[in-house]
Design a protein around this ligand. Structure first.
Ligand code: AMP
Ligand code: ZN
Length: 471
């Protein structure tokens, strides 16, 4: 499998350190609010990556953190902790906020068929790991104490900007939005490993440490959690592109200085979902969540398809019109699959050809739009339905678009409608009940329902109106 590696700026053949197991780490959500659909684009594409690796025969151990402490309002070392801000906003405790939004995050993931990582670890669970790494960095001279905080000393590194695709001047302290100058820092990009002093003294969660009572910086979380569960080396680390700097840059700096060797071989970054007016964010414009899409009548699978239709290394522009196009495409696709009937044996040769196209798309830097095209190729293929259904079920292990189950539902619905159309007398009674309900004559509506029940007919209220079936 070829994957673009942000570290080398090239597509590289993916080769894990050990033959069969891929150690994968993904930065998880900061649980101070709902995830917006931009965040979820990143999690969908990481989910596809994990499933593509499994599809290729690898065992994957995937770890994700839950950031419930230490992520400040800026991505650097200034501002209030996002969790404390969220707790104040809702008049709840930080732990209540963390629990509520962690559950909400996984509920969204379930709706989008995003598999739960093998290990999910809240940052507040691993304080000892961070203390161990920070102590190690101090011992080795990579960190210093100033004004009550422990800082990482970036001047000790040969190369700090490992992803080096940004303009250093833009990143200078005081220039980047939301970053204020911290006079304790020896170098402008030094970052906090452990806080005991901050302007925001009402930090809710604090722990004892060799440097005083305090709390960890955001970056140390991911290094600590990754090392706890995956050891000293990592095959692939994922996140949204905004995490490349400073978050991932700092993770690499502290991990490799602490370990004394290379830490992670491949870096996978998902580009942003934008709106017409720029980057999607939780504070700007309409806050787009999966629940909002559902309220507006969209199946979450439509959003998943919308994401899969474009490459993860391209910015994707969200608009309702674009989503409507995805909705129409999904409905058509499922309707077409619903017409297939499992008739006879799978033609193994054709199946292998179809699978080959699909695999090549995934192996070419996770080209999901071509992988989706491979689904249409199946439908057009000159072969029997059994082969088509087998190929679609196979591809859906990675795409997770409910290709088979959604088609099954459509077919059942159609059968229901056919049955309903077959008896004019029952139809007339069902219509009479609908009219009675409209006229708020509920007694009459109930009487008709009971009459039908006595005749072995069950009424089913659907968004398309009342249907019936024999029970
Ligand atoms: P957060 O919960 O803010 O820590 O972000 C969770 C994930 O979403 C991170 O991997 C971010 O890089 C990613 N992310 C943030 N904004 C966007 C966006 N507009 N589009 C895609 N991914 C995003
Ligand atoms: Zn992280």
């Amino acid at each position: 499998m070829y994957l673009y590696n942000s570290l080398s700026h090239k597509k590289e053949l993916f080769k894990p350190n050990s033959e069969n197991i891929v150690k994968m780490y993904t930065c998880g959500p900061t649980v101070y609010h709902y995830a917006h659909i931009g965040n979820l684009r990143t999690y969908i594409m990481e989910d596809v990556l994990e499933k593509a690796l499994r599809y290729n025969g690898y065992h994957v151990k995937r770890v994700m953190n839950i950031t419930d402490v230490g992520h400040l309002a800026s991505d650097a070392d200034t501002g209030e902790d996002k969790m404390v801000k969220g707790a104040k906003r809702e008049n709840k405790s930080v732990m209540d906020i963390a629990k509520y939004y962690t559950d909400a995050f996984f509920a969204d993931c379930d709706k989008l068929n995003i598999k739960r990582p093998d290990v999910v670890e809240p940052a507040t669970n691993c304080i000892n790991e961070y203390i161990k790494i920070v102590s190690g960095l101090l011992d080795k001279g990579y960190a210093y104490l100033a004004g009550g905080n422990v800082y990482f000393d970036t001047s000790k590194l040969e190369k700090y900007y490992v992803f080096n695709d940004h303009d250093e001047d833009d990143l200078a302290v005081g220039v980047r939005e939301g970053v204020e100058q911290d006079l304790n820092k020896r170098n402008k990009n030094d970052f906090v490993l452990w806080f005991t002093k901050s302007k925001f003294e009402d930090q809710a969660l604090k722990w004892d440490s060799p440097w005083g009572v305090g709390y960890p910086g955001w970056h140390i979380e991911c290094s600590g959690i990754s090392m706890k569960h995956l050891g000293e080396d990592l095959d692939i680390h994922c996140g949204g592109i905004d995490n490349a700097f400073p978050h991932h840059t700092n993770e690499i700096a502290q991990s490799e200085s602490y370990l004394g060797h290379k830490w992670c071989n491949y870096w996978f970054h998902v580009h942003h979902l934008n709106t017409d007016s720029g980057k999607m964010s939780k504070s700007k414009g309409e806050f787009l969540t999966v629940s909002l899409l559902e309220q507006k009548g969209y199946d979450p699978m439509v959003y998943r398809l919308f994401c899969l239709q474009s490459h993860y290394r391209r910015n994707l522009v969200f608009s309702w019109e674009n989503l409507d196009n995805a909705a129409a495409a999904y409905e058509k696709l499922i309707a077409k699959i619903a017409t297939l009937k499992a008739d006879g044996d799978v033609d193994e040769a054709v199946f292998a050809q179809l699978k080959d196209r699909f695999t090549k798309a995934l192996d070419g830097d996770l080209n999901t739009s071509v992988a989706v095209t491979a689904v249409y190729d199946v439908l057009k293929a000159k072969t029997n339905d059994a082969t088509k259904l087998a190929a679609l079920a196979d591809f859906d292990q990675v795409l997770s678009l409910n290709l088979i189950s959604a088609a099954e539902k459509v077919r059942k619905q159609q059968e229901l409608e056919q049955e309903a159309n077959a008896d004019p007398e029952i139809d007339a009674l069902v219509s009479a009940r609908t009219e009675a309900k409209k006229a708020k004559n509920f007694a009459e509506a109930d009487r008709i329902r009971d009459e039908l029940k006595a005749r072995g007919i069950e009424i089913i209220d659907t968004p398309q109106g009342a249907k019936w079936r024999k029970v």
